[in-house]
Design a protein around this ligand. Structure first.
Ligand code: ZN
Length: 499
């Protein structure tokens, strides 16, 4: 082991420790912190982030990276850590500090404005902040650099190495296939079973979710399950992957499927190769790949006929009164029920990607200077009509519904659909490799899938950039085909549809 490598790994581990401290403060802020702790927490986070930024942009690290980038004696995982850190270093040193600060301040303010503009149904409140945000994001993209188009630089933040043109062609194929499919499936689905809106004691829901996440293989000794307004998963540090859930008295399905979704994220983080802990390679390569795991567990498993029988039997044990007149078939129909809706976060697996597609198109148009911020509400409604056949009665349920743009998370939305497509493609591949994969699902046997994912997905961590890892796993580049086939088979079978 060379001295250069030793010094590099020391600095990398220190940066990772700092990042763990920052993440723990964030987790605590969302889950435990008393409200009045807000201002001092914001200051503590800003200080720690400034220290981390200073470390990351330290010229010593730059020199080490330069040397190691041309060192061909490094092992594969070492070379990957160097490549990943160099990427972060280059980005951090290319964007002027004044712009970083301006963006951070704008993100905080415009998020606050969004929390008021949304309930007030007043896009004009947010408009000046959003215009400024687009302007600063363009500057950031130009500072980082891009080849074909600006949006590539934004997308690259969340989905490294994926290009706008690739995502665009996948979305257009996906959209064309989805629109007629959605019509037919929703016609065939009929009314949603009524039991889903009954009252279920939130505390029993929580203990049910605890049982459920354990059944899926989540290691409680390397994690926690708490409650928060928005369920999320966070890898605080190796050996400490926490998730949260939310139990509303009238939202039983949301609590079940949010728990499975977050467990999918958590399983990925809990099963990265231990030997690489603390180094840059010890992470998930992209948000799309992360989301592939949450969607796969939530939809391909959680909403499969087999596994939903497993869920239902235990649920009825815990809620005998509420479910006395419900059987496995009714539960399954409740779990998969699709409908045209205005809100992305509660959309079902059939329509979800149309919501994402419209946001992606709008973002790309903004960064190609084909759309002005002031025209967003109208453009949103037009696209809703085109993609989903409904028009929001207010901006609250339209262009103002998501926080992403107000916090500068532009380039983020497409990763949700990339995750859907990856998830379906991985699952199809796993079934080909293990024909008996689904045999034990109604008894809750998920180990064969867990093993397959461990070997084919988790074990690589960030050895390869996302698109390369995807292609290695699938044997071909990502495409929407497997997801479309999955919907046809599943809903064709559920509602007796022929294609
Ligand atoms: Zn997710």
């Amino acid at each position: 082991m060379t001295e250069t490598w030793e010094r590099f790994s020391e600095l990398a581990r220190e940066l990772d420790d700092l990042s763990s401290a920052i993440k723990l403060l964030h987790w605590d802020q969302e889950v435990m912190m008393p409200r009045k702790g807000g201002p001092s927490r914001a200051r503590a986070l800003a200080s720690l982030q400034a220290i981390a930024h200073k470390r990351l942009t330290d010229p010593e690290l730059g020199d080490l990276l330069e040397g190691l980038s041309v060192d061909d004696s490094l092992a594969l995982d070492q070379a990957a850590s160097v490549r990943i850190m160099k990427r972060d270093y280059d980005k951090a040193t290319k964007v002027p500090e004044s712009l970083v600060r301006e963006l951070a301040e704008l993100e905080a303010t415009s998020y606050q404005v969004w929390t008021q503009a949304k309930p007030a149904n007043d896009f004009s409140m947010l408009h000046p902040y959003l215009s400024k945000m687009i302007d600063l994001k363009k500057q950031q993209a130009d500072a980082i650099g891009w080849e074909k188009e600006r949006y590539d630089a934004l997308l690259d933040e969340f989905e490294p190495e994926m290009k706008t043109s690739e995502v665009e062609s996948m979305f257009s194929e996906l959209g064309e296939a989805l629109i007629p499919l959605v019509d037919k499936i929703i016609d065939g689905a009929g009314e949603c079973p009524e039991f889903v809106s009954r009252e279920f004691d939130p505390q029993i829901q929580e203990s049910f979710c605890r049982w459920l996440v354990r059944s899926l293989g989540y290691d409680m000794e390397a994690g926690r399950l708490d409650t928060s307004p928005h369920p999320f998963t966070m890898q605080v540090a190796p050996g400490d992957v926490r998730q949260t859930t939310r139990a509303d008295a009238h939202g039983i399905m949301m609590s079940i499927y949010a728990a499975i979704h977050e467990t999918g994220h958590a399983l990925y983080e809990q099963n990265l190769p231990e030997a690489w802990a603390g180094m840059p390679v010890y992470q998930v390569p992209s948000l799309g790949l992360h989301e592939s795991q949450s969607r796969l567990w939530e939809n391909q498993i959680g909403r499969s006929r087999g596994f939903s029988n497993f869920i239902f039997r235990e649920l009825r044990n815990r809620f005998p009164e509420q479910l006395s007149d419900v059987d496995e078939e009714i539960y399954y129909r409740g779990a998969i029920h699709p409908q045209r809706s205005l809100i992305r976060v509660t959309a079902d697996e059939v329509t979800y990607n149309l919501h994402v597609g419209l946001r992606f198109e709008l973002e790309v148009a903004l960064f190609r200077d084909e759309l002005d911020v002031q025209d967003l509400p109208g453009a949103w409604n037009e696209k809703m009509e085109h993609w989903l056949g409904i028009v929001p009665p207010s901006d609250t349920e339209g262009v103002l519904q998501d926080m992403h743009w107000s916090i500068g998370a532009l380039g983020y939305f497409p990763t949700y659909s990339l995750g859907t497509m990856y998830g379906a493609a991985f699952y199809e591949k796993a079934k080909k490799d293990i024909p008996s994969l689904e045999d034990g699902l109604s008894d809750g046997r998920v180990e064969p899938l867990a093993e397959w994912l461990g070997e084919h997905v988790y074990s690589h961590a960030y050895l390869y950039p996302g698109p390369e890892l995807g292609e290695r796993i699938l044997g071909e580049p990502l495409s929407p085909g497997p997801f479309i086939d999955y919907l046809r088979t599943k809903f064709g079978d559920a509602y007796n549809l022929s294609w």
